[in-house]
Design a protein around this ligand. Structure first.
Ligand SMILES: Nc1ncnc2c1ncn2[C@@H]1O[C@H](COP(=O)(O)OP(=O)(O)OP(=O)(O)O)[C@@H](O)[C@H]1O
Ligand SMILES: [Mg+2]
Length: 495
């Protein structure tokens, strides 16, 4: 219910006005003078005050001032039995809401009160809305602050996780631009700083062969497997996965890289040591048991051949015995390698001699076109010339055998040399246009006795090559495509 404080010293007015207003539904408090009005105002807070101007003691204007000081929102209607310009002006100046002169009829009174009530309601409502808005605003600010903090914490957490994992992490957008890298990843990208890398295309930043391999994985959506690549002397394992958004749409790719050189080395050593342990025993035995009788057979056969040079069977015996001899010496090379006889070696010369030997002495590669691309100022290396010759022999024979079903015009053997790693390494390669090697077989070709040549091969050639390369602290790389050919690259330190 709405409250009105009515101040008038005339009991008749108080009574009449109270009745009229109470009939309108208002609750009316009355006061006869300043003191009573003050008391009543301390006890409650009316919605509208109606005050006579002329009162005994302090005037209605004083009451008006007091109310405006304490509660400026309460509309005050001033009434007077002696209206004059001064009191009217003063009332307006002090902020009276209305000014009525007696006699005041019911309609005037109710009209003034209703309009004052409405003003009070509007003021109250505005205040309430302002307060509510302020409250919401504060709540909203609190929420935003809270969320921002939570987001910052989450961001910091994700960043810490990304930085703490012991892998290189790189994300790409759909166009192949790098959107994020962690510090570990910089190791694999030649240590530039993050801000330089972000926004660049991966295929401009990654080593070329890695970029191509990653491109293939993305194109073929071959995300289930782990992949590897050689970065200098290290082996890097990497996985590529699609980067999905909340709606499971692909937004790019995530690449995780880790250095697996140590793991690889241990794996290789383990496999090698297991294989070699068995093979060593076997080879030692074969070597011992077979060498002497074999030399005997060969010696006698060659003797016989000189007596009966026309005998084809004798030539067959000699050729088979020579095969056995090669096999035993290959086996001995892998199982009990001789320490290399180190001298300064010119790989260009070794390659030339090997080609001459194979072409003229054995007639092995005479059906192929041979392209030679030697580096004119190739640095010397420290190595065992005979072992290196054996290495090239095995490589060239493999190349030649890979092209045996190829028409002559498509049988191109390319050998060459060059310099790598800013002059620290010398490289030599043997390349063919033969059948190629499937990716899945690449690791196996170094396994002793792994051959795809049936009776023709023993599967020791590549094992011997690896042994020789290892002894020379080098690396061997194979690039091959089925149906297109193979390039075997040997890298040896300059010395
Ligand atoms: N240049 C090449 N092109 C295609 N396949 C090759 C090439 N080099 C090696 N290989 C594959 O690797 C296998 C193993 O080669 P490796 O030289 O060890 O044995 P091999 O040639 O079969 O027998 P051998 O002991 O007489 O050399 C081969 O059987 C062949 O499948
Ligand atoms: Mg071979």
């Amino acid at each position: 219910m709405k409250d009105i404080l009515l101040i008038d010293d005339e009991p008749g007015i108080r009574l009449t006005f109270s009745r009229i207003l109470e009939k309108e539904g208002y609750r009316v408090e009355t006061a006869a003078n300043f003191a009573e009005a003050k008391e009543s105002l301390s006890a409650c807070c009316p919605d509208v005050v109606i005050s006579d101007i002329i009162l005994p003691g302090a005037s209605g204007i004083e009451i008006l001032k007091m109310i405006k000081e304490r509660s400026p929102d309460i509309p005050v209607i001033m009434i007077t039995g002696e209206p004059n310009i001064d009191t009217a002006v003063e009332s307006v100046r002090q902020g009276a809401y209305d000014y009525l002169s007696k006699p005041i009829n019911r309609q005037q009174l109710c009209g003034a009160v209703a309009s004052a009530m409405e003003k009070k309601w509007l003021v109250d409502e505005r205040k309430r809305l302002e307060e509510e808005t302020l409250k919401y605003q504060r709540e909203l600010e609190d929420k935003v602050r809270e969320r921002t903090r939570a987001l910052e914490e989450l961001n910091a957490f994700i960043n810490n996780v990304i930085e703490s994992i012991s892998c290189g992490l790189i994300t790409l957008d759909l166009s192949g631009k790098i959107t994020m890298v962690n510090t570990h990843a910089l190791e694999f990208l030649h240590g530039e700083n993050k801000s330089e890398i972000i926004g660049q295309r991966y295929d401009q930043l990654f080593p070329q062969d890695l970029a191509q391999a990653v491109g293939r994985v993305i194109q073929e959506a071959d995300f289930s497997r782990s992949h590897e690549f050689e970065l200098g002397e290290r082996t890097i394992g990497y996985n590529v996965s699609p980067l999905l958004d909340n709606e499971q749409k692909i937004r790019g790719n995530v690449i995780i890289m880790r250095d697996i050189s140590e793991k690889k080395r241990l794996e290789r050593e383990l496999i090698q040591s297991e294989k070699l342990a068995t093979l060593g025993l076997l080879a030692g035995k074969i070597g011992h048991e077979m060498r002497n009788p074999l030399f005997g057979i060969l010696g006698y056969a060659e003797l016989l051949e000189s007596k009966y040079p026309q005998e084809e069977e004798l030539r067959q015996i000699i050729s088979q015995a020579l095969r056995l001899k090669k096999m035993t010496s290959d086996l001995l090379m892998i199982s009990k390698p001789k320490p290399p006889l180190i001298t300064s070696v010119d790989l260009n010369a070794v390659l030339r001699e090997t080609l001459d030997f194979l072409r003229e002495v054995t007639g092995q590669i005479k059906y192929h076109e041979v392209i030679q691309k030697y580096h004119p100022n190739l640095p010397l290396i420290q190595g065992d010339k005979e072992q290196l010759k054996q290495m090239f022999t095995n490589l060239i024979i493999n190349a030649s055998q890979a092209m045996k079903d190829q028409p002559a015009e498509r049988s191109i053997l390319t050998v060459g040399t060059g310099i790598a790693e800013e002059g620290r390494l010398v490289l030599a390669y043997v390349q063919d246009t033969g059948c190629g090697i499937a990716d899945k077989d690449l690791e196996r070709i170094f396994d002793p006795f792994y051959t795809t040549k049936g009776e023709e091969g023993t599967g020791l050639g590549m094992a011997v090559i690896r042994e020789i390369v290892n002894k020379h602290h080098g690396q061997i790389k194979i690039e091959s495509r089925i149906g297109e050919g193979t390039r075997v690259l040997v890298l040896l330190p300059v010395g």
